[in-house]
Design a protein around this ligand. Structure first.
Ligand SMILES: O=C(O)C1=C[C@@H](OP(=O)(O)O)[C@@H](O)[C@H](O)C1
Ligand SMILES: C=C(OP(=O)(O)O)C(=O)O
Length: 444
């Protein structure tokens, strides 16, 4: 079994010390409304941008999870005053000048903080910070981002991975070219710091951006905090003139990636799930999972203030899908795939081998334990229809592995998953939300 990195679990984690969860098959289909917690992507962007801004911000609808806990903790250690009340946070911005000039920081396992924070530290006029991350985050790529920041004038020492030593000596700005093929977060990380450079920054992407919608989310949020970004439609050229963020009052979106597991539950169990705090009017790419559920035979209602998925008694297979633009959901479809009428191939996601786990290899190993035939290739996998058997499954300290595998337990008796607390990275309440829908969830 994979040993969890306990340091990365936070005061907002759930299920500390719980060894396993067993999900029992649904006895009858569910018809329920549900509200989904706040978006991780919006929360960590808004926290960091608000911290850099001139004046106070109030953010409501924030996600309370390990990723956001460590982001707030880091901002506090940098001297940013915050007040959290439920899912609302008040933040006193520092106008680009972090009050604490020397500190050791720990950002946990969040790719977002890991990629968005270094540029904002480097942009400060003075200071020196040592930044550590979780074990897994210290293996995930950051070097291309650091090279890009150095091109803009940053002083960052590292051996290619976390930990980093960042000196605040301001950013000069100018042109920077960076690949988008490893992580869209590198581009977001350059953009978020860029208004604080002395000169205009021009970011050029020579290839393609995996999950380019996340860069769109970054640009929109930067603009909501008063910065300017001129970008072409393909997001291959982005120009950011010097400016400053101004504190805002914002209500953040619910997390479309989390919502997708509940739509998947509906899809798999012929249930009806209505998410009442999310609509199609979002840049979060995982919202388009509903199109895929529709393709698999579900009925989707895209309301003005809700989205509803009605499942089917037989999911359709024989699909060959590029998951490049919503790659966090590769595992969700892989978990549904054994129950479909034909094989499902998921492609173009080599980069998810560098996420919280090597996700392609992890899901192939766990589906194989269930007796399901899979074919693994470098940038994806094919899953064949089959009847999963009872098994104890590993979650690899990866929230999306745990949440995806839990779906199989809705159909198959005795599906047990190790370390259910790993869901705390983005959704500590995941199993509570399942229970509230009437799912039998047993912890040991
Ligand atoms: O910017 C963001 O909020 C995210 C970008 C994506 O990362 P990559 O582009 O690194 O795959 C996504 O997988 C992650 O969950 C959230
Ligand atoms: C890849 C993910 O997270 P991170 O923000 O750490 O990259 C994810 O949530 O699936």
């Amino acid at each position: 079994m994979h040993t969890p990195d306990s340091r990365a679990r936070s005061d907002w984690s759930s299920l500390n010390g719980v060894q396993t969860v067993t999900i029992s098959p649904l006895e009858k289909s569910i018809e329920k409304d549900i509200r989904i917690p706040g978006s991780k992507s919006f929360t960590n962007r808004a926290l960091i941008i608000a911290a850099m801004a001139d004046g106070p911000s109030t953010l409501s609808g924030i996600l309370r999870s390990d990723d956001s806990y460590w982001c707030i903790d880091t901002l506090n250690k940098l001297g940013i005053q915050t007040k959290v009340d439920g899912d609302t946070i008040e933040i006193e911005g520092c106008a680009g000048d972090w009050p604490v000039k020397k500190a050791d920081l720990y950002i946990g396992a969040a790719g977002t903080t890991a990629r968005f924070l270094p540029g904002t530290l480097a942009a400060a006029k003075d200071g020196e910070w040592f930044v550590e991350a979780s074990e897994r985050m210290s293996q995930r790529p950051v070097e291309l981002l650091l090279e890009g920041l150095r091109t803009l004038g940053a002083s960052i020492e590292s051996e290619g991975y976390y930990p980093l030593k960042v000196k605040g000596q301001g950013l000069k700005g100018g042109p920077v070219t960076i690949s988008g093929a490893q992580s869209s977060q590198f581009i977001s990380g350059l953009l978020i710091a860029s208004p604080y450079a002395e000169k205009e920054v021009t970011v050029t992407i020579p290839d393609h951006i995996v999950q380019h919608a996340y860069v769109k989310i970054t640009i929109d949020l930067m603009e909501r905090f008063g910065a300017k970004v001129e970008a072409n439609d393909e997001l291959t050229t982005m120009v950011i003139p010097p400016s400053a963020y101004v504190g805002q009052t914002l209500d953040l979106e619910a997390d479309a990636s989390t919502a997708s597991y509940f739509f998947a539950l509906a899809a798999l169990t012929n249930s009806r799930i209505k998410v009442t705090n999310l609509t199609m009017d979002t840049n979060q790419p995982d919202i388009f999972m509903v199109d895929l559920y529709e393709k698999m035979g579900c009925t989707v209602t895209r309301g003005e203030d809700f989205i509803e998925v009605q499942g089917t008694d037989q999911l359709q297979g024989d699909l060959d899908i590029s998951m490049k633009e919503m790659s966090d959901q590769t595992l969700t479809i892989a978990a549904l795939a054994p129950f479909a009428t034909g094989p499902i191939t998921l492609r173009d996601v080599e980069h998810i081998r560098h996420h919280e786990s090597d996700r392609i290899s992890a899901i192939c190993a766990e589906l194989t334990k269930l007796g399901i035939k899979v074919e693994e290739f470098n940038d994806g996998l094919t899953i064949y229809p089959g009847t999963p058997k009872a098994a104890v499954l590993d979650s690899y300290d990866d929230h999306r592995v745990a949440m995806s595998l839990s779906l199989i337990g809705l159909k198959v008796p005795e599906i047990t998953i190790n370390d259910p607390g790993c869901v705390s990275k983005t959704c500590p309440t995941y199993f509570e939300l399942l229970k509230d829908l009437g799912v039998s969830v047993q912890f040991d």
